[in-house]
Design a protein around this ligand. Structure first.
Ligand code: IPM
Ligand code: MN
Length: 431
C-alpha cells in the first residue's frame, strides 16, 4: 500500500495552520512525524491564499473543508503555501521553490485565493504571482476554466448603488467554459509556466506589421484544433449532466466566438461543429462575443453550457458575475485531465483586504466544485453528494437573507457568513 508522511498533532488533528494553532493550542509542541498507510479517504489539498482578500477567503474555504472532514470518512491534509505578488514584494519570490512541484506531484486538489497586488510586477513587467495562477493553468494543462453562473434565491443586484432584483432566481443557471491555456494569454501563460518550472522563458518571435511605424507591442492569439477539441468535449460532457437551459429546458451548448473576424475563432467553431455532430441530442447554438454580452444580459435563461476562448471567457464571466449578484458569488474550477485548482473569480480586491468584509460564498462554492471534481475523478459518490450539500447550505443561507456581506446589501463579516454556512453544512452532514 502507498504510504506517505503526515504531520499530526497529539490532539489527533492534522496541523496545517501552524501559526494559528501555535497561538491557540500549546499541544502543537507535540507534533510528530508519523508514517501512515495512505487511506483512500485521504486527500492532500494545497491551499494557496495569495494576495489581498484571497488570504481571508482561504480561511473560510478551510472552514468548509474542516466541517467535511469532521463529519465524513474523508480527511484532508491541507498544506498552506504563501504566494503571490505580496509575497514577491516581501520575500523576492512568487512562492517558495518546490511549490509548483508540490501542487503537481503531491496535491490531489488545489484551492487558490487570489493573485494580484498593486505595484507587484516582475522585472520584465509581467504580473508578480503569475507563476502561481498562470503557471499552474499552463504548466498543469488546466485547459478548462469552468465558471458556473447561477443566481440563488435571495440575492439582489447592486445597480446604481442600490439593491434591486433585476434577474430572477431560477432564470440564470449556466456554465461558461473558458479555454485556459492558449488564445491571447498564450505567451504570458507559457512564460509563467516556464518560470514555475525553471525553464527558459518563452518570447514570441518578432513579427512585422505593414503600415505600423514606431514602437509596436503585440500578443499573438494562437488557437489550436487540439486545444479547442479538449475543451469543447468537456463542454458536451458537462451538458450531459445538466437539465438544460432554465428558460425552455433545452440541452443547449453555445459556441461563443468572433468567427466573422478572426481565423482562430473560425477554427474553434469548425471544431465545435465537428464535435457537435457526435451529440445529436444537444442543440448547437452560436453567438458572436459582442452579441453574447447583450444576450446574456437580456435573456440569460436561454443559456445552459457555453464554451469560448480565453480572453472572451475572462471578460464575459465578469459580466456573468453581475447576473449572479456580483463577483463575491462567482466560483470557478481550473480543470485538466489530471489536476485542478479552484478559486473565487473576484481577485485580490486590495482595498477590502484585512477588513473581514468580503463575501466568502465564491470561495465556499469553489470548494463545492472541488468536492464534485474529486468525487468524479475518484469514483466517490459521497464526495459528489457533499458538493451538493454545500450548494444546498449556501442556498438555505441566502434564502434566509438575514446575514449578508456588504456586496449583497448587508453588514455581516466574511467570517460570520463563513461560520453560518459551515454550521448549516454541519447540520446537514450530521443527518
Ligand atoms: C481571472 C483573472 C486572471 C485572468 C488574472 C488575475 C491574470 O482575471 O482569473 O479571471 O485574467 O485570467
Ligand atoms: Mn478575470
Amino acid at each position: 500500500m502507498e504510504s506517505r508522511v503526515t504531520l499530526r498533532c497529539i490532539c489527533g488533528r492534522r496541523c496545517v495552520q501552524f501559526d494559528k494553532i501555535c497561538q491557540l493550542n500549546p499541544c502543537v509542541a507535540f507534533i510528530y512525524w508519523i508514517f501512515l498507510p495512505r487511506d483512500m479517504a485521504d486527500y492532500t489539498i494545497a491551499i494557496l491564499p495569495g494576495d489581498g482578500v484571497g488570504r481571508e477567503v482561504s480561511i473560510e474555504a478551510i472552514k468548509i473543508l474542516e466541517v467535511i472532514q469532521n463529519h465524513s470518512k474523508y480527511n484532508f491534509d491541507m498544506k498552506v503555501i504563501p504566494c503571490g505578488g505580496q509575497n514577491y514584494l516581501e520575500t523576492g519570490e512568487e512562492w517558495a521553490e518546490g511549490s509548483f512541484e508540490f501542487c503537481r506531484d503531491d496535491a490531489d486538489a488545489i484551492f487558490l485565493g487570489a493573485i494580484g497586488y498593486p505595484g507587484a510586477r516582475l522585472p520584465n513587467g509581467d504580473l508578480a504571482g503569475g507563476s502561481v495562477i498562470l503557471g499552474l493553468r499552463s504548466g498543469l494543462e488546466l485547459y478548462a476554466n469552468v465558471r458556473p453562473i447561477k443566481l440563488y434565491d435571495g440575492v439582489p443586484h447592486k445597480i446604481h448603488g442600490k439593491f434591486t432584483q433585476i434577474w430572477e432566481a431560477g432564470m440564470v443557471d449556466m456554465v461558461v467554459l473558458r479555454e485556459n491555456t492558449e488564445g491571447l494569454y498564450h505567451a504570458l501563460l507559457r512564460r509563467s509556466a516556464d518560470r514555475a518550472l525553471g525553464r527558459d522563458a518563452y518570447e514570441p518571435p518578432a513579427m512585422q506589421f505593414p503600415g505600423l511605424d514606431g514602437e509596436v507591442a503585440y500578443d499573438p492569439r494562437p488557437i489550436s484544433a487540439n486545444g479547442s477539441k479538449r475543451i469543447i468535449d468537456m463542454a458536451f460532457d458537462i451538458a450531459n449532466r445538466r437539465k438544460g437551459a432554465p428558460g425552455d429546458g433545452v440541452n443547449r451548448v453555445t459556441c461563443v466566438d468572433k468567427s466573422n473576424v478572426t481565423r482562430g475563432c473560425q477554427l474553434f467553431r469548425r471544431v465545435f461543429d465537428e464535435i457537435g455532430k457526435e451529440h445529436p441530442e444537444k442543440e448547437l447554438d452560436y453567438s458572436y462575443i459582442d452579441a453574447f454580452m447583450q444576450w446574456i444580459t437580456r435573456n440569460p435563461e436561454h443559456y445552459n453550457v457555453v464554451v469560448t476562448s480565453n480572453m472572451f471567457g475572462d471578460i464575459s464571466t465578469d459580466l456573468g458575475a453581475v447576473l449572479q449578484g456580483g463577483m463575491g458569488m462567482a466560483a470557478s474550477g481550473n480543470i485538466g485531465d489530471e489536476h485542478a485548482f479552484f478559486e473565487p473569480v473576484h481577485g485580490s480586491a486590495p482595498k477590502h483586504a484585512g477588513l473581514d468584509r468580503v463575501n466568502p460564498i465564491a470561495s465556499i462554492n469553489s470548494i463545492q466544485m472541488m468536492m464534485d471534481w474529486l468525487g468524479r475523478k475518484h469514483g466517490e459518490d459521497e464526495l459528489i453528494a457533499i458538493g451538493k450539500m454545500i450548494d444546498e447550505s449556501v442556498a438555505q443561507h441566502l434564502a434566509a437573507g438575514n446575514m449578508l456581506t456588504y456586496d449583497l446589501g448587508g453588514d455581516a463579516k466574511c467570517s460570520e457568513v463563513g461560520d453560518a454556512i459551515a454550521s448549516i453544512l454541519t447540520d446537514k452532514m450530521k443527518k
